[in-house]
Write a protein that binds this ligand. Sequence first.
Ligand SMILES: [Zn+2]
Length: 476
Amino acid sequence: MKLSTCYKALITAAVLSFTAPAFAQYQTTAYRASILHFVADPAVSQTPYEYYEDGVLVVGTDGKVKAVGPANTVLNNYPYIQVVDYSGKILMPGFIDSHVHYPQTEMIASFGEQLLEWLNTYTFPTEQQFSNKTYAKGVAKTFINELVRNGTTTALVFGTVSPNSVDALFEEAQTRNMRLIAGKVMMDRNAPDYLLDTPASSYTDSKALIQKWHKNGRALYAVTPRFAPTSTPEQLTKAGQLLQEFPDVYMHTHLSENKGEIAWVQSLFPSSTGYLDVYNSFGLSRNRSVYAHGVHLRDDEFQSLAQTGSAIAFCPTSNMFLGSGLFNLQKAEQYGVKVGLGTDVGAGTSFNAFQTMNEAYKMTQLRKAFVDDPDTVNPLKAVKAYYLATLGAARALSLENQVGSFKIGNEADFVVINPNATDLLKFRMQKTTTIEDKLFVLQMLGDDRAIQNTYVMGKKQTVNGYGSGYYQYTYN
Ligand SMILES: [Zn+2]
């Protein structure tokens, strides 16, 4: 050991011995691993990501990104820093779920129906229970634990019609300081009486929740009409009024998921020129407006979404599970519509981003069987899938200056992935040569076992006392 290095080590040890007990959680920390994050959309850039095979991410005492780059270069600038060694693992920004229903956690995997029957048979009876705050808190805790175990650090979340459901979720998210967007469902028709609000009460309740939660810590609020069929024109007017009064809140709803639904919307709003036109006519389309699905959009509707800055949450496991249809991701790219990946649990079948990307890939493959010109359909590349689950979703949620990449100053939400988490992954990984190969194998074969750890604002999360990837330890 050189003398200077020896002194550095002694000084570091001395400093740590004095400060570690009291200030350990406030230390600037370096995480050493193979580090990947996106800087651009692979659809428009030849160099959409940065990858450091032996990299370091530096997180400051404020939980934000201070530096990222090759280990040797970065560590030279931080000679005394505490290093957490995740060599052999892949460290990425935490996954972002652009559309999910936390009250449906307990009814994931319910058999046999398509959208409208599925809502009546399973969803509405389940959501009734959330007027009970204690009940809601219990499900919220399970939901947030599932996010953490699956490496998801931000989500755009449906509550139920009860304001209690939103309080319960945000309270749980705050125990982990998690960046979550959520809102109370607005629904004043075409659902059971026990779940209906009114235009006036939905306005008053939403406004009170906005004032209580929007920008409270990392919480953000979304005005959340369930979908056009369950709101009267009077209620959609109120939703538009809330967006006028609170310009920086979100708007979150469903759009063009199912053909029966589209026909129903047309009959309920006979003067509209289409499904999206209903929302547009009430002033609901703009930046921070997120429409789940968009499976059956017309070209002019894609164009309209791009013009208004609205985003689509692409939810492949849900679209396959409910038999809704095959989303046209290439068309969204062609029109420049922002897209993020969503799970849509409980119609979606997994909280896991790998599994969601897996189904997204299969959906693009399946599209080839249903279009007139299959040669024009490209299989979803792994880099695009991971983009949609991180930076793409952050852009869809207008959060790219907070999360979704390791841009300096961003909030340090990240996930440590074990590419060898199962015997099959380990065996298959031996035949990979590039990071893009490894990402695709993880996308196809990975699940929650591959999530070794999840960090929120630089803080390692646990679930029931275990790190996220505890399955990994019980598996081997
Ligand atoms: Zn949904």
